[in-house]
Structures are given as structure tokens and as C-alpha cells.
Design a protein. Structure first.
Length: 214
């Protein structure tokens, strides 16, 4: 079975099974703060095509207008429920619909906004040849990305000069060896990370560890 077929049927099944959970979470979001419970943002996907990525809203309405694109440390725009959703990665569940539509895969480089993609070098743009995903190795290694950015003096500059290039490098290394088996391992690794389990399923992948420095 092809990767696309696995993505489609897995995401469709996930949406059906998780529909009650999504409905409850959407209701709680709406009760906590005004605005639509589903947030969408334009991202750059396969071959540079833009699409709308869907999330459960974890910030106040129109948060984009009151702060930058990055979420840094204890961002005051995040709602109380939003912090729980982000910690458990539940805010990412609506992206299963992006997978069904073919805009994303279950595993693949996380899609960026055009603002950052426009800064890619020619070599870095190779990552756009891979269908973006709900999870990827870079998200695993930088699971606490907002906390990392909260510890530096200039989060925007640090992200562009340090974090973003490392994320792209890691994902390109993964893409060169990706298979249905490695994708399955990546999904298990992500679930384990969310629940604080030390599953070493990624140890056998040939990916150099992050090299950030300060």
C-alpha cells in the first residue's frame, strides 16, 4: 500500500473515531473565549503550494495581530485551555483533515508560513519537495520549541539563524531514508513523547542530533 493510501485511510479513521473528542474540545474552546474554535493559517506545502492548515484554537482571537508568528515561552496570548491542548498536541488533531485532503501527510516536515520559507536557501528549499506532515523528527527533537525560544534574547533571530536551519537539516536527513516503517516509528515516538515515555524507537535512524549552540 502506498504512503498516500495509508495517510488517507488512517486520517479518515482517526477523524471518525475522534469526532466526539473534537466536538467536546470545540465546545470548551467556544465557552472559554469568543471566536471560532477552529483556527486556520496559510502555510507553504508540497512544491511551494500554499494551503490552509487547521488547528484547534489555543490562543485568543486574532492573536496574529497582537504578537509575532512565533510562540515564545509563556506567551500571554495562549488561553488556559490552550496550554493544555498544546501540551498534549490536541490542537493539531484537525490537521487529519489536511491529510485526508492530500495537503499533508501523517509524517513529513512541518509546514512553515511564507514569511520564513521566503528566507530559505536553494538547498533548504529541497524540503518543499516532501509533503508536509502532522509530525516530524524535528518536532520530536524540539518538542519544547517555545521554551527554547523563551530562553534567548532575540527569539526571532535565533529561530531564523539557528532553529529553522536545524529543523530543515533534520527533516531532509529523515526524508532521504523515509519509509512506511520509519513513519510508523515516528508516530510511536511522537505519542511516547506526549505521554513522557522514553521510547527509543528513533535511535536506529541515521539522523545527526541537533547542533544549536548559542
Amino acid at each position: 500500500m502506498s504512503k498516500r493510501a495509508v495517510d488517507f485511510f488512517s486520517a479518515l479513521l482517526g477523524l471518525v473515531l475522534l469526532a466526539p473528542v473534537l466536538l467536546v474540545l470545540m465546545l470548551l474552546i467556544r465557552l472559554e473565549s469568543s471566536g471560532a474554535p477552529i483556527y486556520r493559517q496559510r502555510r507553504v506545502g508540497l512544491n511551494g503550494r500554499e494551503f490552509y492548515l487547521y488547528k484547534l484554537r489555543s490562543m485568543v482571537t486574532e492573536a496574529d495581530r497582537s504578537g509575532g508568528l512565533l510562540t515564545v515561552g509563556a506567551d500571554t496570548r495562549i488561553t488556559r485551555l490552550g496550554r493544555i491542548l498544546r501540551a498534549a498536541k490536541l490542537d493539531e488533531l484537525p490537521q487529519l483533515w489536511n491529510v485526508v485532503r492530500g495537503e499533508m501527510s501523517l509524517v513529513g516536515p512541518r509546514p512553515e508560513v511564507a514569511t520564513y520559507v521566503n528566507l530559505y536557501t536553494d538547498d533548504q528549499r529541497q524540503v518543499l519537495a516532501v509533503r508536509p506532515g502532522v509530525t516530524d523528527p524535528a518536532s520530536f527533537f524540539f518538542f519544547d520549541e517555545s521554551a527554547i525560544l523563551g530562553r534567548v534574547e532575540d527569539p526571532q533571530r535565533y529561530y531564523i539563524e539557528r532553529l529553522m536551519p536545524e529543523k530543515i537539516r533534520i527533516n531532509l536527513e529523515y526524508a532521504r531514508q523515509a519509509s512506511l516503517l520509519t513513519d510508523l516509528a515516528m508516530i510511536f515516538a511522537t505519542v511516547g513523547k506526549i505521554f513522557g515515555l522514553r521510547w527509543n524507537v528513533l535511535d536506529w535512524l541515521k539522523i545527526s542530533p541537533p547542533r544549536l549552540g548559542q
